[in-house]
Design a protein around this ligand. Sequence first.
Ligand code: MV4
Length: 503
Amino acid sequence: MFTKLLVANRGEIALRVIRACRELGISSVAVYSDADATAPHVREADEAVNIGPAPAAQSYLLGDRILDAARRTGAEAIHPGYGFLSEREWFARAVRDAGLIWVGPPAEAIAAMGSKTAARTLAVAAGVPVVPGTTTALRDASEALEVAAEFGFPVLLKAAAGGGGKGMRVVRAAEELPAALASAQREALNAFGDDAVYVEKYIEGPRHVEIQILGDQHGTMLHLGERECSVQRRHQKMIEEAPSVAVTPELRARMGATAVAAARAAGYVNAGTCEFLLDRNGNYYFLEMNTRIQVEHPVTELVTGIDLVQWQIRIAAGDRLPFVQELIVPRGWAMECRITSEDFQNGFLPSTGVITSMHVPSGPGVRWDGGVEVGSDVGLFYDPMLAKLIVHAATRDAAIARMHRALLELEIEGVETSREFHLRMMEDAEFRRGDITIQWLEAKLPELSALLPPNEEVRVAVIAAALIAERDRSSVRAAPAAPLPVSTSAWHRAARIEGLRGA
Ligand code: MV4
């Protein structure tokens, strides 16, 4: 095992990796931008190196600066976290060429899965089910029309270099196809510098279910079951859970074997994730493979008891996976809410400011993977995700109740957060039934927002709460205030926001 590892990331995932290092007896090196000089990951690491100005393009995305920092501190390995340089083939190669250990898949596996058409070709060759469609870029609209005629409308145009939904167009009729193809190609060229677009049959109303993979350098490739990630908005996941209500043990075994086959075909090593669409009839289709640790990895850790980040590091150091596939069975139910600095009442507008007060939930079955603290300046340079609130309980119902309880305990002041949105989700009848698809949240949002008290009502509540508090404080004979009932009412919230906790 190596003795020093550099974490090429920030925020909660940098802290997550630093914690894994500490538990493994490895010392950690943080890198940070000027904006992050006092960030928690800098303080918690054993050493830290400044790598440039706040914009990621001038710091966290500069491979040379990061390699320099590793050289100067004598770090032997680099963990990229997610985002930033984690899926850049050239960086994985540069790390290896510098004689360092890359805590991630081989550069060749990143490349194999980076192009969506190449990944489809590879999947088809490995017998992995993919959505019917082409595996090469379309030459022109007439070729697209031929393919569409074969599978039937609606079809979906996708950028070969894509991911995350950019350059995608749903086409419901032949006459829409030429214009849709032209605009998808234009968007793909702008976003990826590559206008290659291919076509698939459009799957209506599916779930997004993904399978966690873990492979060592000695040929063992395991799957750790699924995560249900359908609750998303504009390709941003908001809630993830493990297992999925839609996956039986039998389906889990089949999807798992499929994911293992796809990973093997790519020469995969380390932690990775195969994304699938799961339709209403239980048919599943391989979409793409994420060649990194993912944001939502904790739900898998909680139901399998396997520490994914520790194993990423141990695999990179050459350790063998000691697990037996048949014994990896999900226990209980885990759920994650991504707590973001977004104002859901205003179209998820990013909210900025300094965190002035924070109370973090705890108690049975609660995990907080956070990247901020009181005093943190939440700006617009990086992702709006402040923390992940994760719970584990015996059943899905118990996990929802536990998440609801934990969200009630959570207080963050200074920026708007998604707390209220997540509370509403835990109270929603359809969500509680698990009756969700990838389109569900966006259709649900108007109804969710309408449930909130209008601003005017909140303002009145704030004034009333302030008056009550003032009366109780100034009254000499006032009995000690009775504790407030646990509630999510606008009045209670308004009083807390105004600092009237004792009221
Ligand atoms: C699809 C699809 C329906 N049919 N492919 C979105 C991003 C990229 N990873 C693939 N995506 C989709 N591909 C076919 N043939 C629907 C989506 C999709 C989606 C997939 C996963 C999670 C969220 C999504 C939101 C919208 C569309």
